[in-house]
Each structure stands twice: as structure tokens, then as C-alpha cells.
Design a protein. Structure first.
Length: 411
């Protein structure tokens, strides 16, 4: 691990003098190489899929793990999207001219060396490397054992691509040791890593936050809520819930928890359930929710705080907007929440009081995504409040530096 750290520091120095045009050339080479080597990547991924199925991974994790031609093309397309975004480094954010003649400029600069620990998401290998390269950060990637063959294939393709453009291939490095020891070592790599970003489930994120001596940018699990207000368009609500729950169950911005006003629940839940039944979604509700539509089973208190990543959703019945907001703020992971309502005052209050990184009115939580927000690929969804919050794109991978120009001033 120390060897990887030393190589990353050298790569960081290399990136300090690379132009935006050179970075874009390297990114184009990565996009082309991913497409050209898609069969090799898919073959490696099939080994991971087979191993995962033998190990009994759930449907959600298998879906996160799976790569096919379309998903690889989507990854390559996201690389092109990043090329089209402006370089986040070297931007003058503020300029101050002091009475003594000093000119002070606050500019954006790379963080330096970024470590990323993640689980069964091989697309993260590409997304993270690309965003770090565009923002002039060296990156050390440490994926989970479930995706190791896919990660090795993707990282090898990217390293060869940037090397062909004259880049130090160690701008992108992959930890091939997937033991717990390698993760623990990364958490203690002060002097080599400038920050560590965990991406994965609650247990992984909690472990990194609690044990790392390297500064951490916390990305969160997603117990995302949709509140169906008493003034909601029921048909719209049903369509949005269906999309947010079933469009892709394995992602952190899918809806896991539904909150419904008691004045509308008997009208709303039969329509919502009729759509969810198309995907065989299991609905776990409180007493009033169970009575609102046939086939809803009783929920436990733990259900209201669970990120299922499966075809399961909880339902809580409330008697007021205030009760809905309090319930969501109590059980939320601070990721994404939505209100479905035609009442502007309720929408404003919901957006003001909900303490999450992304809050929606009459739209699916599935839009919490770097690409959907126009950021290109994302490094993760930050649920903390310092430095970055919400989808993290290029700008969130920079920090600031003060450049001070004088002509002999002394103090």
C-alpha cells in the first residue's frame, strides 16, 4: 500500500502541469478503449457474476455488479460527457486588492491524491478514475472482492489508454488485495492520501467513518422517502412511486419508504399497489396502510429505517404534513426525499424543513445522480454537510489555494 501511495504522489506532481487539452485527450483514449475492449471486460465480469451467484448475492447486488455492452457504452458515454465539462482547476473564485498593494486571488486546485473504497460496483472504477483525472487528482481505487475481475480489467484498459497519451499510468491505481487488511491500511495512509471516499452499504461507510485517520467525505446509503400529500394527484403519485421504486432497485436513490396522508391513503394505495404489483413489490405498511389495499403486510418499526435494495417498500400513514416531515427526518439517511402535492405552501414547507441532500417536488428520487444533474459522472452522493453535499462532480473534487502577488511588501 505504501508503494501505491508513493507512486500516487509522483503521479500527482505529474498532473500538476498537465493542460486541460491533454487531460481531454487522455479521457477520449479511455472512452475509446472501453468500447474496444468491452468483450474482455464482459468476460471478466461474467466470472464475478458466477462467483456472486454461487455466494448467494441478492438480486440487487447482482444487478449492481453486472456489466453488458450497453452499460459499458453508457460508461464510455459518461467519459465523453466529462470531456465536455470545463476544467474545474485554476478558476479564480475571488480576487482582493489590499490597501498595501497586495493582490490576493483565491483559486480552485486539485485535492491531490484521493482514495476510494467501494463494493460491488465496477462502474465506479471508471467513473471515479475519470472524474479524478479531469480534476487533476491521482486516485487509488479499492473495490470489493465481488467485482475484482471486472475492476482489474477496467483499470488495466484505462491505465494503458492514458499511458499511450504520455501520462503517468499511476494516475490511476487499483488495489488488487481485497482483504480487510488493505482497506484498514488505506484508512491510515496519512501523508499519501489527502482524502478517502467510501461508496457502498451502511456497514462499509460506517467502518470508514469510524476508523479512518485520513479525512473522509461520507457518501450515504439511501433510505429515500416519497410523501404523498393530501393534495396529491394520485395518478401522478402512483407513476412516480413506481419509477422511483422499480426502475432500478439496486441504487441508493431508489425509493425505499412511502409516506401517505390519511385523507388520501384509501384512494392512493390501491393505485400505487396496482403498479407495484407489476414488479411483484412487497409492501410493508402500518395498520392503516394494511387496511387501505388488499395484500399489504404488516411492517415492523425497523422497516421504516431500512434500505432494502430489493422489491420491498414500507408505507407509513400520517395525519399532517408536519407528521410526515418529522417521520422522514427521523428515519432518513439524508439522501433524497420527495413530496407529491398540488399545494404550493406544502411544497415550500417540505423543501425548507427536510434535512436531506436533495429534495423534490412532484418528481422521482431517481434523478439524484451526477449525470442527471449535469455534472457528468459522479464520484458519489455526499450526505454530509462539510465540503460537499449531494451528487459530487468535478467541482467537489477540488479545494482552494490563495495566490498572493506583491512588489516588496513587508509586515
Amino acid at each position: 500500500m505504501i508503494s501505491l501511495g508513493k507512486k500516487a504522489l509522483e503521479a500527482k506532481d505529474f498532473l500538476a502541469s498537465v493542460t486541460e487539452a491533454q487531460k481531454n485527450e487522455a479521457l477520449k483514449a479511455i472512452a475509446d478503449a472501453l468500447r474496444e475492449n468491452s468483450k474482455t471486460i464482459i468476460e471478466a465480469n461474467k466470472i464475478d457474476i458466477d462467483n456472486g451467484e454461487k455466494a448467494g448475492l441478492g438480486k440487487g447486488l447482482i444487478d449492481r455488479l453486472m456489466l453488458d455492452e450497453k452499460r459499458i457504452c453508457d460508461i464510455a458515454d459518461s467519459v465523453i460527457n466529462v470531456i465536455n465539462l470545463p476544467d474545474p482547476c485554476g478558476i479564480t473564485l475571488d480576487e482582493i486588492e489590499r490597501p498595501n498593494g497586495l493582490l490576493i486571488k483565491k483559486v480552485s486546485v486539485p485535492i491531490g491524491v484521493i482514495g476510494i473504497i467501494y463494493e460491488a460496483r465496477p462502474n465506479v472504477t471508471a467513473d471515479a478514475a475519470v472524474l479524478c483525472l479531469k480534476s487533476s487528482n491521482a486516485v487509488i481505487l479499492r473495490g470489493g472482492k465481488e467485482a475484482i475481475n471486472s475492476n482489474i480489467a477496467i483499470s488495466s484498459v484505462m491505465r494503458a489508454a492514458i499511458k499511450s497519451c504520455g501520462f503517468d499510468e499511476n494516475c490511476i491505481q487499483l488495489v488488487t488485495d481485497t482483504s480487510r487488511n488493505s482497506a484498514n491500511e488505506m484508512m491510515k495512509m496519512n501523508g499519501y492520501l489527502d482524502c478517502l471516499i467510501p461508496r457502498g452499504g451502511k456497514n462499509l461507510i460506517q467502518s470508514v467513518v469510524e476508523n479512518s485517520t485520513v479525512p473522509v467525505i461520507e457518501t450515504g446509503s439511501g433510505n429515500c422517502h416519497i410523501y404523498v400529500d393530501e393534495y396529491a394527484d394520485v395518478d401522478m403519485a402512483a407513476e412516480i412511486v413506481f419509477n422511483a421504486k422499480t426502475q432500478r432497485i439496486s441504487v441508493c436513490n431508489s425509493c425505499e419508504s412511502l409516506v401517505v396522508h390519511s385523507a388520501i391513503i384509501n384512494k392512493a394505495m390501491p393505485k400505487i399497489k396496482a403498479l407495484l404489483d407489476k414488479k411483484n413489490v412487497e409492501i410493508r405498511g402500518d395498520e392503516r396502510a394494511v387496511l387501505s389495499a388488499e395484500g399489504i403486510i404488516s411492517a415492523s418499526e425497523a422497516d421504516f429505517s431500512t434500505e432494502y435494495l430489493d422489491y420491498i417498500i414500507s408505507v407509513k400513514t400520517v395525519d399532517s404534513l408536519d407528521e410526515a416531515i418529522r417521520h422522514i427526518n427521523k428515519h432518513s439517511t439524508r439522501h433524497s426525499e420527495a413530496i407529491i402535492t398540488d399545494n404550493d405552501a406544502h411544497a415550500r414547507e417540505f423543501m425548507q424543513r427536510i434535512d436531506s441532500s436533495s429534495v423534490y417536488v412532484n418528481a422521482s428520487t431517481r434523478f439524484t445522480d451526477g449525470g442527471e444533474f449535469g455534472l457528468g459522472a459522479e464520484i458519489g452522493i455526499s450526505t454530509q454537510k462539510l465540503h460537499a453535499r449531494g451528487p459530487m462532480g468535478l467541482r467537489e473534487l477540488t479545494t482552494t489555494k490563495y495566490l498572493v502577488f506583491g512588489n516588496g511588501q513587508t509586515r
